[in-house]
Design a protein around this ligand. Sequence first.
Ligand code: T4K
Length: 387
Amino acid sequence: MKLAIFGAKPAFSTPLHVGRPNLAASTKLLSAFEKILDSKWLTNDGCWVRSLEGEIGQYLNVKHCIAVANGTLGLEIAAKALMPECGEVIVPSFTFAATPHALAWQGYKPVFADINMSTHVLDPNDVEAKITDRTIGILGVHTWGTPCAVDALTVIAKKHGLKLFFDSAHAFSCSSMYDGRSSGSFGCCEVFSFHATKFFNTVEGGAITTNDARLAQRFRELRNFGFVGDGTHEASDIGINAKMSELHAAVGVINLVEIGSFVTRNFVNYAGYMHGLQHPNLCVYPHEGGNYQYVVIELLKGALSADVLTKVLRAENVLARRYFSPPCHKMVPYNQEAHFLPITDVVSDRVFVLPTGMSVGQQDVDKICELILYCVDNAEAIMEKVT
Ligand code: T4K
């Protein structure tokens, strides 16, 4: 096989992305936009936002859903409502920077705990080991749509009097996720991202979900400058503007109808990768249910590095991505202190993510698998030429 990185024609004439938006037909979206523009009601808790909140609440089987402008603001609001005083909050380092940033931005100190080698989510034993008398909360991340060890974290949180909440940016539409329960109602609250690259998107957006009515009311106030009640300009607290617009909500309402076809396509692609990437040096991260949005590959052994393989694939127009590399504890805002996170270091060194979603078909998957197997089998020669 001749590789594009050495001058051959790329395997794909147009790029295949990780995170290409899943979208309903543009005619449906444009017709909704027209109605919204004609109505002249564009934001501030309009009818599309309320519909989206109602439908998501039903879909996730959770009592309250508060739509927000993006997942990061959702995390900030959740933290502020749950933990009025600043202190230490335990989080994984193996996550997108928004998780610790949402805490640090408000003066909380993110304390990184290690992950489980096979699930890539927080290791409850390390969480407990990181608790000090300054710890006030635990923010778990359902990475790749895999549930955190919810029961173990709940026990730890109760034992130490900590607030437990979840970053569920990856976990929308993960029904029967944990003990038959869907994502959306774990811990004090969960926070979703509906960014364009997520399984379910509103272009930019997110939501906080909870079964606690009092908390839900706090989230609504903090989302709208801290104003109490409807239509008043009286602030009960320092809130922020995290409102979702009607146009964004309409994308969500319309995309939600199509969600079954998004899962089906992702599942078919995932099964194709599973089948096509059987090799002792590779592991395709196993999903059990969920949205199958992240096709996560681990390079287990052999000479090939994830960085070089990603470079080779990108030259072929397969825009594979390294996640989460570097992990958060190695980024400038957090690397001034020493961290002992051996599993995070190993996993972040060997993981990469492949394209899936509505713009990737079975033939693409087969071709990508062929490319990867060729690279793994010719690792030494490729490493020598590329590095
Ligand atoms: N917690 C976790 C665990 C998260 O993963 C995230 C976000 C958050 C919290 C925060 O939620 P938000 O505040 O974002 O709602 C992307 C997203 O911006 C970010 O939402 C996401 N996680 C993160 C994992 O990925 P980038 O910088 O990697 O995106 P970008 O622009 O490089 O795009 C990724 C790929 O998608 C590219 O191949 C291009 C393609 N793409 C992207 C966009 C925006 C498209 O094809 N079309 C598009 O419109 O951050």
